[in-house]
Design a binder for this molecule. Structure first.
Ligand SMILES: [Zn+2]
Length: 685
């Protein structure tokens, strides 16, 4: 969502009322002034104005609830050729502003060692003149540690000295770079207490269609020209070769819509067996030994044999020059400093957030907690309410297919599930980054040392029993459920108020937004993949046959329902994996049940409506759910979205979850002939 930030909306609303709220248009000033009853009223007016601005009143909510709730969203927050729009993005932009404020504070003696380090790192990034002068030579130095990049070195590059397996291993060992092979250290899916090495598919390869491929080629070509000074012609040729190679490998990556049972993609074996299977071209024993610096004799997961066979073929049929260009291009992004219209401070704050997602989350969490000390407790209480509501749903007599024993297992897992906000836990940063030297005058040196520390941490993780609950694999922008830990994680950016919730907004909105999001993640624990895992996060399918048959029938109902839906006249793909649809289907009913319970017990409902809005509390709840999903995606990008996104389009998600919910039809008094109140529903749990 583009447009004014929340504080600007408030000022606008206040001006509309003829009130001068504050002289300083800074957030802190507004917060202070708005803690009075009049201030509360202004904030409620502002929320009402925002919600009404998204509604298209010409659409009947019983006919198309997304069209009603979000119909005018894109006229205010239009997608652009650069990006799509949604509320998550707005919250993340605000999170980055907060990170920037923290990084801009002068270093103080009270700063913790980690805070001092990230501030030094940030300072080194602000030093633009040295950044520009040194960029090419620093990058070339790193590339030459690996024999240099053929595209740069030209005829002096020695093709016969190049050893693909060794280069792949050393890029991973020194700078943590994944190239052709996916190398992951993750809990064993049959025993979450121990870490295993997963060797094979690169899960992040995403060149699946022509449009993505073309965009990636253009982006890489620019990078090769800017960072390495290649001629346009050479940059284009090199970019095409690299992206085509990636596309070839991508085609062997398992499809997202397939059955996600890990037993179907990985099997435990010994490195020697893998080396026998894939031969000397893909000698994995040698690769692992070179990466770790010693032999490795414990079992490893062979992760997607189809991918490994393709990789072997690629290694045998691709020239060393192209392989080397491909592998070394993995370092370009780390040594890039974007030059766009933004201030250097913004660019650097974003860069530091990407480099230290866990540290920045922790600092932002701390600042948000200072601002609203009651918030962590509120969230925990909400979580407890949601859990209780789900447990009650599970005991319903309507769930005939869920026999007593299986129900008991489900409840046990639910009770054992935990929740946290990313950044809330004190992390032992000294253990992770303690050895790292950071200089305020050497940005590229800092990057190199950070990559080296992360590379070394990956090797250490393999030797450890568990990954010490560190779930960071980059910036956390969306909530998720972690199967191996039976844990729900909410991004720190979701704690910011004014977006989803506020103390003065109707409680309906808190349950409709945060409540729904947490319930959706909670329900993931019982979707078609995670239901196979027990409360300890181990693959342990204890369900009775009767329960499995019942579950699969409802899942099939969802498969059929979604495959009938359309998005801009495109049919939604028919997918076997239904995790997201199950999570929505169950999640909205959990949060609605929890909210209804809150309503029954509430002493007063005075604040459960919004000024100038006629919606009942229950209607506000559903409006909150739908409006948290308003989004804008350019028509041209929709086919690629359908192919690549794990979620169906939000239009379809809102349609399916609301039309599957009886309470929705009751809340909006939808007649039997309306689309949102169909005679048949798919109801999971
Ligand atoms: Zn989900």
């Amino acid at each position: 969502m583009e447009g004014p930030p929340a504080s600007a909306c408030l000022i606008f609303a206040a001006l509309a009322l003829g009130l001068i709220v504050t002289t300083g248009a800074v957030q802190g000033g507004v917060f202070k002034e708005l803690t009075t009853p009049l201030g509360h009223q202004i904030m409620r007016l502002a929320k009402s104005a925002e919600m009404r601005s998204f509604i298209d009143a010409s659409v009947d909510p019983c006919d198309d609830f997304y069209g009603y709730a979000c119909g005018n969203y894109v006229s205010i927050n239009a997608a652009t050729p650069d990006k799509d729009t949604n509320i998550g993005q707005v919250m993340f932009a605000s999170y980055l502003r907060r990170a920037r404020q923290i990084l801009n504070q002068p270093r103080m003696s009270s700063d913790r060692p980690m805070e001092t380090r990230v501030k030094y790192f940030y300072e080194s990034c602000l030093d633009t003149s040295s950044l520009r002068t040194n960029q090419r030579s620093q990058l070339l130095n790193v590339l030459r540690e690996f024999g240099g990049m053929p595209a740069v070195e030209g005829s002096s590059w020695d093709e016969f000295q190049f050893d693909p397996i060794e280069t792949m291993a050393q890029l991973l060992r020194r700078y943590g770079k994944l190239t052709l092979l996916g190398v992951y250290v993750a809990p064993d899916f049959t025993n979450s207490q121990i870490n295993r090495l997963y060797l094979g598919q690169r899960d992040d390869l995403a060149v699946r269609d022509e449009a993505t491929s073309l965009a990636k080629k253009v982006e890489l070509k620019m990078r090769l020209q800017d960072q390495l000074g290649l001629s346009e012609q050479l940059a284009r040729k090199t970019a095409i070769e690299i992206i085509d190679l990636e596309a070839e490998l991508s085609r062997s990556v398992l499809d997202r819509g397939m059955d996600r049972d890990p037993r179907l993609r990985s099997r435990l074996t010994m490195l020697s067996n893998m080396t026998e299977a894939y031969g000397s071209a893909l000698n994995l024993t040698r690769f692992v030994k070179s990466w770790l610096g010693h032999d490795y004799i414990l079992p490893v997961y062979e992760n997607v044999p189809g991918y490994l066979f393709q990789l072997k073929k690629t290694l045998l049929t691709t020239s060393n020059r192209v392989l080397a260009n491909y592998m070394l291009s993995s370092l370009l992004r780390d040594f890039e400093i974007q030059a766009d219209e933004r201030k250097q401070e913004e660019i650097c704050a974003e860069r530091i957030t990407m480099l230290f997602p866990d540290v920045i989350d922790h600092l932002v969490y701390y600042s948000l907690e200072q601002q609203s000390p009651h918030l962590p407790t509120d969230l925990k209480l909400l979580w407890i309410d949601l859990k209780a509501a789900f447990e009650e749903m599970l005991s319903s007599a309507e769930l005939e297919w869920l026999d007593e024993k299986t129900r008991g297992d489900v409840v046990e897992k639910l009770r054992g599930m935990s929740f946290e906000v990313a950044g809330e836990k004190p992390v032992n940063f000294e253990e992770q980054y303690g050895r790292m030297v950071v200089s305020s005058a050497d940005y590229y040196g800092n990057v190199r040392r950070l990559l080296a520390v992360q590379a070394s941490n990956l090797r250490t993780d393999l030797m450890r029993d568990t990954r010490s609950e560190n779930y960071y694999d980059g910036v956390i922008e969306s909530p998720f459920y972690l199967t191996e830990s039976n844990l729900v994680v909410l991004p720190a950016s979701y704690m910011q108020h004014r977006y989803f919730w506020d103390d003065v907004y109707p409680v309906a909105l808190k349950y409709g937004t945060l409540g729904f999001i947490l319930s959706h993640e909670m329900a993931h624990g019982f979707d078609d993949l995670s239901r196979l895992f027990d409360s300890k996060g181990n693959l342990n399918d204890t369900w009775s046959n009767q329960a499995k048959v019942g579950f699969n029938l409802i899942k099939e109902c969802l498969v059929e329902q979604f495959s009938e839906l359309r998005y801009s006249n495109l049919r939604l793909p028919k997918l076997e994996a239904q995790g997201e649809n199950i999570a929505d289907n169950v999640g909205v009913r959990i949060s609605q049940a929890a909210y209804r319970k809150w309503l029954e017990e509430a002493k007063t409902l005075d604040s459960e409506t919004l000024p100038h809005m006629s919606q009942t509390p229950e209607q506000l709840f559903y409006l909150g759910v739908a409006q948290s999903m308003c989004s804008g995606i350019l028509i041209d990008r929709r086919p690629a979205f359908l192919r690549n996104s794990v979620h169906p389009p939000n239009e379809s998600r809102v349609f399916a979850m609301m039309s599957n919910s009886r309470s929705f039809a009751e809340a909006f008094q939808c007649g039997n002939q309306t689309k949102m109140n169909p005679p048949h529903r798919c109801l999971m749990y």
